[in-house]
Write a protein that binds this ligand. Structure first.
Ligand SMILES: Nc1ncnc2c1ncn2[C@@H]1O[C@H](COP(=O)(O)OP(=O)(O)OP(=O)(O)O)[C@@H](O)[C@H]1O
Length: 229
């Protein structure tokens, strides 16, 4: 589903590569944690999957296509296959919960009847039934992240990318969010999550890819956050 072949990304004006000869294969339906200290290259990895950047060298394949060569007009179609969730939720503050989720479908031209069906279905999936009319700032942080996940998943993307999704949440709330991501993963969606949350990684026992100075230093099935073994 995601394949990196000797991918190097050097930002302009930087001497060191943010990613250095990274080769990784993520299969359909996998759940992968991307770990590593600040600046190790996790966000750069995720942004290359989204084609926010092109690699300096090497190849990135997403859903069978080499995306470096993708024409710019095809990038929005690629991004429809990928849901994204961030630490800071990124909800539209003047829109209700339902409108935030519906908006993701409106911008890609889905019909009113699809929207009327999918939005309540997805709000139920994330445990927000009955909260559709609230505004984001009337919700807790955990609930806001559930809205963000609903918005990311409402179009049933092949891949869900999560960059520190529990970074602003307390441990108990984080566990709830991880259960939700796990449930989404079980529907067949590939999940790649960058995190510093050792407790979560140790608890979930999923594949762990560790980056250090832009290099993969560990790729472990059912891994833990810290030391390799
Ligand atoms: N847009 C950018 N322009 C220039 N340099 C960047 C840019 N984004 C990241 N970098 C640099 O690339 C390196 C990797 O950064 P990246 O954000 O990928 O790391 P990270 O592992 O996601 O860090 P964190 O855990 O703090 O989010 C760092 O040295 C960073 O300063």
């Amino acid at each position: 589903m995601i394949r990196f072949e000797k991918v190097t990304k050097t930002y302009p004006g930087h001497a060191h590569a943010a990613l250095d000869q990274v080769s990784v294969d993520v299969d359909k339906g996998e759940f992968v944690f991307l770990v590593g200290s600040s600046g190790s290259g996790k966000s750069t990895f995720l942004r290359l999957v989204l084609r926010e950047y092109r690699p300096t060298s090497g190849r990135v394949y997403v859903a069978g296509k080499e995306i470096n060569r993708l024409a710019s007009w095809k990038v929005p179609r690629l991004r429809r296959e990928i849901g994204t969730v961030f630490q800071d939720f990124r909800l539209l503050g003047n829109k209700s919960v339902s409108e935030n989720v519906a908006f993701a479908l409106q911008v890609i031209g889905r019909s009113r009847s699809d929207i009327d069906k999918l939005v309540p279905e997805t709000l139920e999936l994330v445990g927000l039934t009955g909260k559709g009319d609230r505004l984001p700032d009337e919700l807790s942080g955990g609930e806001q992240q559930r809205v963000a996940i609903a918005r990311a998943f409402v179009n049933r993307p092949k891949i869900l990318i999560a960059d520190e999704p529990t970074g602003n949440l307390d441990p108990t709330t984080s566990v709830g969010i991880m259960k939700l991501l796990d449930r989404i993963n079980r529907t067949g969606t590939t999940v790649v999550m960058a995190t510093h949350d050792a407790g979560i990684v140790d608890q979930m026992r999923k594949r762990v890819i560790e980056l250090e100075h832009g290099r993969v230093v560990r790729d472990q099935a059912q891994g833990v956050y810290g030391a390799s073994n």
